[in-house]
Design a protein around this ligand. Structure first.
Ligand code: UT7
Length: 357
């Protein structure tokens, strides 16, 4: 069976930044509380013109530039998102069209915050079976559209952004262990209704509803358990992990899970302080930043773990196979320079005070 190399990575973080102090002017909270309870200092928010597909498209373009590949060489485009532009076409189709990836099929995957792991598992298996040679996997979220900006228990943790990976058939590399789990019975802990629910219930706004304390308790065990299972499938132990890239939901959850697994802090990728929780986009953005920081190398064992909405969780252990150097203009640039033209206009969302960098 072919292996899977990560030929390119890209990320897109919107230009607009919402700090904890900004939030403290909107709800009864403080920078100190948010940092202490979640590790978050600031998060990026999409402009009025940006959507999951526009941000995903930008991340995808950057990943393809790093890979040095033309979009029409892609066989498949997968987008993990809980906040697509519409019910259909899929965000993946809009990204495929924006890229002019004429030969590619495209579809979305929604497993809430675990969506990127589900999409990475799916894309890798299209390659492993020989059905595809090149697959683009995007995680992209515009959570600011479904966050209740009056609810301090939820609005302080979420952010917007996108990350993308180009997967290609190779001699070696790719997933060594994949674990995906679900318990839809957990809907009460974390959900966001949509326009197609039952007609015989009072209409609810399409906003995230979360029991943070319950999700927190569930998350630590879920990440630890899924990762142990994925490691077992790969015949590895936590000590074999070179880099752990967890879902960036809460620094205390990440610390508790890594303590339980006895993974040393220097092997854990954390970027929650400047991104917040970007759901399906969090792992690909963190992976991209780890690569930009020179923390990913050929042959390393990389562990990914996630959990989230209502409920879904999982883990993947990967052998990292070659990715080239950053293409000029793709990595480590200030958000200002990275924003596409559409993001540079003024905001018309007066309820959300926003700062530009
Ligand atoms: O991708 C998966 C998505 N979800 C998650 O990962 C969520 C996981 N959960 C969390 O991250 C945490 O539960 C939160 C950060 C959301 C909340 O932190 P917490 O330490 O679990 O706080 P809590 O909900 O237990 O609330 C403790 C206190 C309460 O006050 P009382 O009842 O003790 O007087 C809350 O009302 O903190 C209060 N509180 C706040 N205070 C200031 C809740 N939110 C805030 C806030 N600012 N933003």
């Amino acid at each position: 069976m072919p292996g899977v190399r990560i030929a390119g990575l890209g990320k897109y973080l919107p230009q607009r930044v919402l700090t904890n102090d900004d939030l403290a002017r909107m709800v009864d909270t403080s920078d100190e509380w948010i940092q202490e309870r979640s590790g978050i200092r600031e998060r990026h928010l999409a402009s009025d013109e940006e959507t999951a597909s526009s941000m995903g498209l930008e991340a995808a373009r950057r990943a393809l530039a790093v890979a040095g590949m033309e979009a029409d060489s892609l066989d498949l485009v997968l987008a993990a998102t809980t906040t697509p532009d519409g019910l259909f076409p899929s965000a993946a189709s809009l990204i495929q069209d924006g890229l002019k990836a004429h030969r590619a099929g495209a579809f979305d995957i929604n497993a809430a915050c675990t969506g990127f792991l589900a999409a990475l598992a799916t894309g890798s298996q299209f390659i492993a079976t020989g059905a595809s040679r090149r697959v683009l996997v995007v995680g992209t979220e515009v959570l600011s559209r479904i966050v209740d900006w009056t609810d301090r228990g939820t609005c302080v943790i979420f952010g917007d952004g996108a990350g993308a990976l180009v997967l290609e058939a190779a001699e070696r590399g790719g997933p060594l262990g994949i674990v995906l789990r679900s318990d839809g019975g957990g809907i009460g802990m974390l959900n966001a209704p949509g326009p197609c629910g039952r007609r015989d219930q009072p209409a609810r706004p399409f906003l995230v509803s979360m029991d943070g304390r319950q999700v927190f308790k569930f998350a630590v065990n879920a990440m630890e358990g899924a990762l142990r299972e994925a490691l077992k499938a790969a015949d590895l132990s936590p000590q074999d992990i070179d880099l752990f890239v967890p879902h960036q939901a809460n620094l205390r959850i990440i610390n508790a899970a890594t303590r339980a697994l006895r993974i040393p802090a220097e092997k854990v990728m954390i970027n929650i302080q400047h991104c917040g929780n970007t759901s399906s986009a969090s792992i690909p953005i963190a992976l991209c930043e780890a690569w930009e920081e020179g923390r990913l190398h050929e042959g390393q064992r990389v562990a990914l773990a996630s959990f989230g909405g209502g409920l879904a969780w999982g883990a993947i252990v990967l052998e990292w196979a070659h990715v080239g150097p950053p293409a000029p203009g793709t990595a480590r640039q200030p958000a200002d320079e990275m924003a596409p033209a559409a993001a540079k206009g003024p905001s018309s969302s007066p309820s959300v005070p926003l700062r530009r960098r």
